[in-house]
Design a binder for this molecule. Structure first.
Ligand SMILES: Nc1ncnc2c1ncn2[C@@H]1O[C@H](COP(=O)(O)OP(=O)(O)OP(=O)(O)O)[C@@H](O)[C@H]1O
Length: 302
């Protein structure tokens, strides 16, 4: 049976934190698998002003439930999540609480079945789209364990992927030489060896190389919403800084990032506008957090 985890967004400025101990006040038990990111305690005027100044809606998830297709085991039990353009969201929480499953469901991973709720991406029903269509619509996912593609070089893979995106956008295909000048700059920016382009996708790559390669794919393809699942795992300090620098360099007021992490060090490098925490014990805290001091997250994880 899946554990009774809940997800909430928290802020240091929240009155739910007592000033003396910085501990959150428990507010009863939210529904299992619950995620909410919308502030509940703002005044109507403050809420209206915030909505007016906020970016356009990018992702709207409501009451999402999902199961493992093969066994019918329910993993997601009613997820609500709203992401606007220009926001960086982080999800933290205990192992096995459903963080990766949520992102895999968003990209249409075939192992999972959506059993209820809605997902709108840029106003379109994401659930009706094939995984390829989701990618072409501007969704990118960096997997926790990136897969190998034997027999396909990194260079050919990236060229195919970018040309598929360009075709969808009505742009002419890039030729191999033209693309080389684009991709080699990205490789250099990520401090990767140029020969990484000639190697088969992820074949024999070290853990760190795989993670950098995921971010190389993101920087070549671009995305309206990038889902980054534990991009910090397996990276040494320098590599983490390079990867975070690359992700920060891709952020614009029009695109967004949803990152999963267990570590504060990533949040120190890629500053989140919202942090959602998979919490046990039915803690429900529900605020946005532009200046979130990430040590608060660790309280929940300890
Ligand atoms: N395809 C699957 N088959 C069986 N069980 C699955 C499958 N996918 C996910 N689960 C189960 O669902 C639960 C949530 O898994 P998930 O990987 O989403 O957790 P997580 O929060 O990302 O964990 P971690 O922090 O360890 O990466 C786990 O108990 C996991 O074993």
């Amino acid at each position: 049976m899946a554990p009774p985890f809940a997800v909430a967004a928290v802020s240091s400025s929240s009155p739910l934190f007592s000033s003396s101990s910085s501990r959150p006040i428990l507010r009863g038990h939210p529904p299992l698998g619950y995620i909410s990111v919308r502030p509940r305690h703002r005044s109507a005027v403050a809420s209206a002003a915030a909505t007016e100044s906020a970016g356009k809606l990018l992702l709207e998830v409501h009451g999402l439930t999902a199961s493992v297709k093969e066994t019918g085991q329910q993993i997601l039990k009613g997820v609500d999540l709203t992401i606007r353009e220009g926001e960086v969201h982080a999800i933290m929480g205990k192992n096995g609480s459903g963080k990766s499953t949520l992102t895999k469901v968003l990209v249409g991973h075939p192992h999972y079945e959506v059993t209820g709720g809605t997902i709108l991406f840029k106003g379109e029903n994401l659930i009706d789209m094939e995984p390829e269509e989701r990618s072409l619509a501007g969704l990118f996912m960096s997997f926790q364990a990136p897969i190998e593609i034997p027999g396909v070089s990194n260079y050919d893979f990236l060229l195919m992927a970018i040309n598929a995106r360009r075709e969808k956008d009505g742009l002419p295909a890039l030729g191999p030489l033209e693309f080389y000048s684009v991709v080699s700059q990205k490789v250099e920016a990520l401090k990767m060896e140029p020969k990484i382009l000639d190697r088969n996708v992820n074949e024999g790559f070290s853990g760190g190389e795989r993670k950098r390669n995921e971010i190389l794919q993101l920087s070549v393809l671009g995305a309206d919403l990038a889902l980054l699942d534990e991009i910090d795992s397996g990276l040494d300090v320098d590599a983490l800084e390079d990867v975070a620098h690359a992700v920060n360099g891709l952020l614009t007021p029009q695109n967004s990032v949803l990152m999963i992490t267990h570590y504060q060090r990533l949040l120190d490098l890629i500053k989140p506008s919202y942090v959602h925490i998979m919490a046990v014990f039915g803690i429900e805290v529900d605020y946005d957090c532009p200046d979130f001091p990430t040590s608060f997250c660790l309280f929940f994880l300890s």
